[in-house]
Every structure is written in C-alpha cells, then in structure tokens.
Design a protein around this ligand. Sequence first.
Ligand code: SF4
Length: 300
Amino acid sequence: MMTQNNRVYNFSFSGISTFKSCPRAYKYRYIEEIPEAFNTIEAHMGSSVHAAIEWAYTQRQENCDPGTTEILDQYKQVFWNSGGLEKTRIVKTGFTTDDYFQQGKTFILFFLNSLFPQDISTTLYLEHKFEIYLADGIKYRGVIDRIAREESGFLRIIDYKTGRAVSPLENFQLPSYALYVFENNIDNEVRLCIEDLREQRSMAVSFSRGEARQVRAGLIKDIGQIVETAEFKTNPSILCRWCGYNHICESAYQSAKESSGEDRGVGCPMCGGELVQRNGKYGPFMGCSRFPQCRFTRPC
Ligand code: SF4
C-alpha cells in the first residue's frame, strides 16, 4: 500500500470493522464525520458496565478494595445518570430500558462473584489509549480495557465483552493491541484475554512477537482496501436497524423489510418506534413517531 503526499492515515480496529461490515457506514462516520442519529441501548449498557469495572480496579489500585454494593451503585449511577440515555434508542421491540439495566447488572454480578475477588494480577493500565505507526503514514489507535502483570510475570491484555465473543483470536482486535504492547515492552509473549460477561466465561491465549508481525501485515492489507475503495457501497442487513445512519441511508428501509421477512405493520421496521398517521401535501401517510430521528414513511 502506498501513501501519498506525506499524508498520514488514521485507523482503528473499530473503523476497519465498520468498513468490513458496511463500507457506507464507514464513509458516513470516518470520512464525512456525520454524527450518528442515536446510540444503541446495548452500547450504553456496555459502556456503563465498563465504567464500573474500571472504577473497581482504580479503587483497588488506591488500596481501597470496593464491595459489591459500591460497585453496583457505581454501575447504577453511570447507567441512569451519566446523560448517555438521552440519545439512546431501544431497537428490539418488547424490551425496556430497565431490561437492559438488569442485564448489565447480571454482567457486573458475574464480574463481582467470579473475576474480581480472585484476580491477583497487578493492574498497569485501565482504558489505556494508544497510537502506533503500522507503516510510514499509517497510524493505528485504540483503547485497551486493561493491561495487567500476572504473578507468573506474563502481561495480560484484557477485553471485557458485553456483546458476542468467540475467542481472543477471532479478529485483529486483541492481537493489534499486542502490537502496541510489544513495541513498548521487552516481553516476547503476552496473554490475550477475553472476559465474556454475557456467557460468563474467561478465554485466554498466548501470543508471541512473531505472530504480531503477521497481524501488522494483515492490518496494512485491510487498510489498503479501505484507502483504495472508490465506491462505499451499502451492505443492507437486519443490522441496519441498529445503524445510526439509517435515517439518511437509501438502503436501510429495504434491508429491514427483507430481513424481517415482512413489513410488520405495527411498529416502525427501521427503528422499532411507533407508526402514526400523519397528513402531508399528498394526503395521509404513516410515519414513525420518532421523526426527525427516524424518517420512515409508508402509504396508509
Ligand atoms: S443503514 Fe445499513 S446499509 Fe445503510 S449505512 Fe447503515 S448499515 Fe449500511
């Protein structure tokens, strides 16, 4: 991949994943820098859980190990009072904000009962932002949930998952974090760990400096595809309902309709909101009650 005119390209794992899942969403977010119309409740719950875990380890670093009640209170405080709920949308029909709060609470309870008390590793970094150069003109950045030193001496790179997780080597996320750790430490091997709060399991694999070199090459290849893309095609699927650009994307409605197999007739197929009758220039029509955030319409 060639870079031009001393230009520096900035990428992240989440940017590359967005491109792979839908090039158009990548264009809206990373090239045109359009803010998303809404945050998903799943993301809000996930960031609230992460904030509580970060708080717990920060307290431990300061030698005041917090108890269950304090950590749950912290989660409750962030979930309900951090202001994040204002722009949040529940896409799945039949679920309430409290359902997601309770789900996050079960994740925190698993952390409190099975992970935190037994963890004797030393935390080095929490929510650690990093930046590395993958090659001339290609910067790669990310945020690592936690880096800790085990008693055995191994460095652990830890990611707390509230969504679906398969393995630490499922994609380049954790291996790319190891690239940064290898650049800044003399260790030749680290452990990549996923704490899967949803499935209540821990997954860890060893990862070497040599393997990291292949990851660098893989990331550069992925980035090359993005840089050389001329047309950022839409990739409609059921996931369009969770996409914060579905109010401006021409493919969103069709995808929701096809993915659900029917035009459901009751709720808005784009965002799950309520359909209400409105009167327009050409007569009555059905529109989403969440207008202008959602612009779905159809004939009566
Ligand atoms: S609505 Fe669907 S097709 Fe359009 S940008 Fe979002 S994910 Fe892509």
